[in-house]
Design a protein around this ligand. Structure first.
Ligand SMILES: O=P(O)(O)OC[C@H]1O[C@H](OP(=O)(O)OP(=O)(O)O)[C@H](O)[C@@H]1O
Ligand SMILES: Nc1ncnc2[nH]cnc12
Length: 172
């Protein structure tokens, strides 16, 4: 099964020039969704981690399924003003705009080793902000995993420059 077949590119969404990868067909197909989680678990096993950080909102879907599958804890990086006990906020740019993420420090045990998880790596802005959030809250970042890396945007290079080890299941 080629999982890329379940992630069609939609031209000019959300901005002209962006080929937007839609995860809906993959989620709607039980075999494809299951295989995506199996392959995410396979790359996650290369990291020493206790908790997954799921990034709102598509990172929540894969993050919660993988945490359940791998029997790991799940923490949430949310868009602003959603977390009742938010302690840290980081602003960032991404392929089609700007945003911020928040976490709540009190959710995680002091010795947590956090694996960042998202569906797509594009420019890398989101994962770099997530890494800063976790480290500024005093926790160890084990690395980052994604389902799909959009290679021409060179997000992986930016992650390397920021000393974030990253693995993706798929590249396009
Ligand atoms: O590497 P980057 O350029 O930072 O882009 C990747 C991010 O963009 C998308 O999230 P989006 O902010 O669109 O939110 P969503 O998950 O709510 O759709 C995607 O889910 C990643 O989080
Ligand atoms: N091209 C893209 N498709 C889906 N999600 C994205 N997040 C950032 N860029 C994206």
């Amino acid at each position: 099964m080629n999982l890329l077949d379940y992630l069609p590119g939609i031209p000019d969404f959300l901005k002209p020039g962006v080929l937007f990868r839609d995860i809906s067909p993959l989620l709607a197909n039980p075999a494809a969704f299951k295989e995506a989680i199996r392959q995410l678990d396979e790359i996650a096993q290369q990291f020493d981690y206790t908790h997954i950080l799921g990034i709102e909102s598509r990172g929540f879907i894969f993050g919660s399924a993988l945490a359940h599958h791998a029997h790991k804890g799940l923490a949430l990086a949310r868009k602003p003003n959603k977390l009742p006990l938010a302690s840290h906020r980081e602003a960032y740019g991404l392929e089609y705009g700007n945003d911020s993420l928040e976490i709540q420090q009190s959710t995680l045990p002091k010795d947590a080793k956090v694996l960042l998880l998202d569906d797509v790596l594009a420019t890398g802005g989101t994962l770099i902000a997530a890494d800063k959030l976790i480290r500024s809250a005093g926790f160890e970042v084990s690395g980052a995993i994604t389902l799909l890396e959009i290679t021409f945007l060179n997000g992986n290079e930016l992650l390397e420059q920021n000393r974030i080890r990253h693995q993706s299941v798929l590249k396009s």
